[in-house]
Design a protein around this ligand. Structure first.
Ligand SMILES: [Zn+2]
Length: 249
């Protein structure tokens, strides 16, 4: 969930937050990277290195000068299938060509994210029902960031977008088999109508590793760099030797 502040989860009043906390290893004090901006943070999430290393410092993609393998490449090398459902088009460069099994994009800019979120979730559910779950699926929901920029972080309109996005997540979670690990997180937070600074409001992110069979436990620390290594560990493929994060499980 783009721009989802951890304190927005409790404040939005969605009862699914209680279900998440009851069956997750989680922290409400996870750390993202600087600059706390969407594309640099997503590249760090998927490549487990800081923006200074991968070199994507703004929301404009540039090819890496000294390429680091990303999660999609590592999973493909390990014989795993993957899919991506998203509504912010800049994320198309998170995977290099021929490494991803299926991708589905609907434009938040053109539909508005409140509509584009359910469009991609419905496509995800249809894909899963028809072809089965890939080994790894990335679902990106952009409404929360749009509401933050439009109305301000933690405003009633922002909290409505958090709750509405959680409804979308719950719809997906309810469709999954019991052996699926759900990782719920954000790329950054936000303050006023912006983000990108080193303020805690921008830098602190929630990290939930959820499965109905898990007993609630707080993670001592978590970095956005840890999510790719965690995914590789769960799926039994080796992490890239350049990755800087560590598995949370
Ligand atoms: Zn973002």
């Amino acid at each position: 969930m783009d721009g989802m502040r951890p304190d927005g989860l409790a404040a939005c009043g969605n009862p699914f937050v209680n279900e998440l906390q009851a069956h997750s290893h989680y922290t409400l004090h996870g750390a993202t990277v600087m600059p706390s901006v969407t594309l640099p943070c997503h590249f760090s999430l998927f490549h487990s290195v800081t923006p200074q290393r991968h070199g994507i410092l703004t929301n404009t993609y540039v090819p890496q000068v000294r390429p680091v393998q990303g999660l999609f490449e590592v999973l493909h090398s390990g014989g795993k299938t993957s899919a991506m459902f998203y509504n912010w088009e800049e994320l198309r460069d998170l995977a290099r060509p021929d490494n991803i099994t299926y991708a589905c994009f609907a434009s938040g800019h053109q539909f508005g994210y409140e509509k584009a979120n359910p469009i991609i979730v419905d496509n995800l559910l249809r894909y899963f029902a028809t072809y089965g779950q890939p080994d790894f699926t990335f679902l990106y929901l952009g409404w929360t960031d749009e509401a933050g920029h439009g109305f301000g972080w933690m405003t009633p309109e922002y909290l409505r977008s958090v709750s509405g996005s959680l409804d979308s997540v719950k719809k997906v979670v309810d469709s999954l088999g019991n052996d699926t690990l759900v990782m719920l997180t954000a790329d950054h937070g936000g303050h006023d109508r912006s983000h990108g600074t080193e303020m805690a409001e921008d830098m602190v992110i929630p990290v939930f590793l959820y499965n109905r069979g898990l007993v609630s436990a707080e993670l001592p620390t978590a970095s956005i760099l840890d999510l790719a290594p965690t995914t590789a560990t769960v799926l039994g493929v080796p992490a890239d030797h350049e990755w800087e994060g560590k598995s949370l499980l």
